[in-house]
Ligand binder design. Structure first.
Ligand code: ZN
Length: 347
């Protein structure tokens, strides 16, 4: 029996429940691959798994956290001919059956057997990960950068390019602009020549968000979000809101959206509960469309790999930790003391 280092949980709770220790090497079957992980970025999803927000999906303890990764193929199952040993790959986060009506239409993110790496199976905070062959895509650039794009960039791209077709001159408000999805969403919106408004409570973050491309950064602790948005849009409201915080922000999102505008809900923050009261009268009188969206498709991931390779989108790396310091990385994530992605460097 071979052993590897991994970061896992044996109970739910704060960053302190994450353990870093030896576990057995994962096994592969005929249709899966073993990847030697080089880098794994930290996502809010990992923290939601950790606090117990996905109890119904976590099958057993110890459970290894982590959805995003980049690495090299260590070993392939006997029926795998799509990738070869030594090849550089990143993960496609969604477990899917490739056969249901949604998969056949190319919407793996709606698969009837939908699952997520690091939630339904052991994740990437480890020296090795075993996953289905459908869940790796070759790439040929930097491991640290590549580990940041799967969940965050894929989600932002699918939301802005597929759920709403963002166009030149549109106004968009992005909650959580300094997060992983947020820093990518700002860049995608600028790529489509939209005007970007975001909000933060700290000056150092506001400065970085402007560097990334935000046209207006509102200090939501000192300024009134609604009146600042109305000033910027000549009293009209924004065309699109990206809301990744949900319970705390959805009613403000409804207020700042123009009549007939779109709100994209793609997360609820790091919480165990996702319930919130919303003002339905405001919603229907303003003729607003609310879109749910989840991650993205494999085709989208191939597109964003090219966008990063061509330099059109640049991952914003906040910090890099070694795997043994995973608790510190999660504390940083939870306190929101970051702009962009937090990465765990592994092998
Ligand atoms: Zn399917």
């Amino acid at each position: 029996m071979m052993i590897m280092k991994a970061a896992f949980i044996r109970k739910y709770g704060g960053p302190e429940v994450i353990e870093f220790d030896n576990v057995e090497d994962p096994q592969i079957d005929a249709n899966s691959v073993l990847v030697r992980v080089k880098a794994a970025s930290v996502n809010s999803l990992d923290a939601v798994v950790r606090v117990g927000g996905y109890k119904q999906f976590v099958k057993k303890f110890p459970h290894i956290l982590g959805v995003d990764f980049s690495g090299t193929i260590e070993k392939v199952g006997e029926k795998v001919n799509t990738v070869t040993e030594g090849q550089r790959v990143i993960g496609f986060p969604i477990l899917h059956d490739n056969s249901c009506e949604y998969c056949k239409e190319g919407y793996e993110n709606l698969c009837k057997s939908f699952g997520v790496i690091g939630r339904d199976i052991n994740g990437s905070y480890a020296e090795l990960i075993s996953i289905p062959k459908e869940n790796v895509i070759p790439f040929d650039w930097d491991y640290i950068q590549a580990s940041t794009i799967q969940l965050s960039l894929l989600t932002a791209w699918h939301a802005l390019a597929k759920r709403v077709q963002l166009r030149e001159g549109m106004n968009i408000f992005i909650w959580g602009g300094s997060g992983g999805v947020g820093t990518f969403a700002i860049q995608i919106a600028k790529l489509f020549k939209a005007n970007v408004i975001t909000a933060t409570s700290e000056e150092w973050k506001a400065k970085k968000l402007k560097e990334i491309g935000a046209d207006l950064v509102i200090n939501y602790k000192e300024q009134d979000v609604l009146s600042k948005v109305m000033d910027f849009t000549n009293g009209r409201g924004v065309d699109v809101v990206i809301d990744s915080l949900g319970p705390d922000t959805l009613n403000t999102s409804i207020k700042i959206t123009r009549k007939g505008g779109d709100i994209i809900v793609l997360g609820v923050g790091i919480k165990e509960s996702d319930l919130t009261p919303i003002n339905l009268r405001n919603l229907y009188i303003k003729y607003i469309r609310v879109h749910g969206t989840v991650i993205g498709t494999k085709k989208d991931l191939k597109q964003v790999i090219d966008l990063v390779k061509e330099g059109k989108i640049k991952p914003v790396i906040d910090s890099v930790f070694s795997l043994k310091d995973v608790r510190e990385a999660h504390k940083k994530l939870e306190k929101g003391e970051r702009v962009g992605k937090i990465v765990l460097a592994i092998n």
